[in-house]
Ligand binder design. Structure first.
Ligand code: HEM
Length: 238
């Protein structure tokens, strides 16, 4: 019986695009999400949209991984949660790196041409950031339940870290998520100051100075507080 050879040049998936690569990744739709040269108020709008849109994708991956990691923790499974939290942390590292690209824009050209076409658009309405903040508290609760079940305070997780390696690793992955978000905010603040200044108001009327204040916000303050307790404890033990 003759075997039929597959024609690899032809797509087999449904959807738009001439190849399965384009159909699976929906590149037609994806690449239509940026303004065309004729629609742009300034050439740098492509740079600006690329950084923001790709940041939203990484943030989407980050919060989905955090949510999934939390489900694992609720089922008492620490190892798979660590695998997913590592990814979420890497997502935040990537969006941090992407901020460099925005400093390739001229402050004058951004302010003169791009800012006026943003309407009331503000990072406060970033769905990715909003979702990350939504899923974070459950992650904290899942961690606390596990360490409480083990009869440990947050400080104990560190003092007895070698006896409770999994909880110690978990605490470190969780605080890393917080730290990466804070470091992103610090970097974002500096980018904003460099591009539009630090004594002006944003597109929703928020003073840029206020962004500097947000750097102090913590998702998991008790993990930071534990450091103070450990320093005190070590001092007492001499
Ligand atoms: C030239 C580049 C940028 C400028 C000038 C800028 C400016 C601002 C300003 C002025 C605010 C304060 C709120 C407001 O009034 O709008 C803000 C907040 C914010 N922006 Fe940006 N931004 C830039 C790039 C980005 C990028 C690439 C992201 C990535 C998602 C981002 C996400 C956010 C978020 C999440 C907030 C809320 C702040 C927080 O919760 O800490 N921004 N931005």
């Amino acid at each position: 019986m003759a075997t039929e050879t597959e024609d690899y040049t032809q797509p087999v998936l449904p959807g738009r695009g001439g190849s399965d690569y384009e159909r699976y990744l929906r590149t037609d739709e994806l690449l239509e999400l940026q303004k065309t040269p004729g629609e742009r108020a300034h050439h740098d709008e492509l740079l600006f949209q690329t950084v923001h849109q790709s940041s939203e994708l990484w943030l989407k991956l980050a919060w989905n991984e955090v949510e999934e990691a939390t489900k694992h923790l609720e089922a008492g499974e620490v190892a798979p949660a660590l695998r997913l939290l590592r990814r979420a942390n890497l997502c935040l590292q990537l969006i941090h790196g992407q901020l460099d690209m925005l400093e390739q824009m001229s402050p004058w050209e951004y302010t003169k041409w791009i800012r006026p076409v943003l309407g009331h658009g503000s990072g406060f309405d970033s769905p990715g950031f909003r979702e990350l903040r939504r899923v974070a508290p459950a992650l904290g609760q899942a961690f606390h339940k596990l360490r409480r079940d083990a009869g440990l305070s947050v400080a104990d997780v560190y003092v007895k870290g070698r006896e409770h390696e999994d909880l110690y690793q978990l605490a470190e992955h969780v605080i890393e998520l917080d730290e990466r978000l804070i470091v992103w905010r610090m970097r974002h603040y500096k980018v904003v100051a460099r591009v539009i200044g630090d004594e002006v108001v944003g597109t929703q009327g928020t003073p840029v100075e206020l962004l500097g204040g947000l750097i102090k916000q913590k998702l998991f303050p008790e993990l930071w507080q534990a450091r103070n307790e450990l320093t005190e404890l070590a001092k007492q033990e001499g």
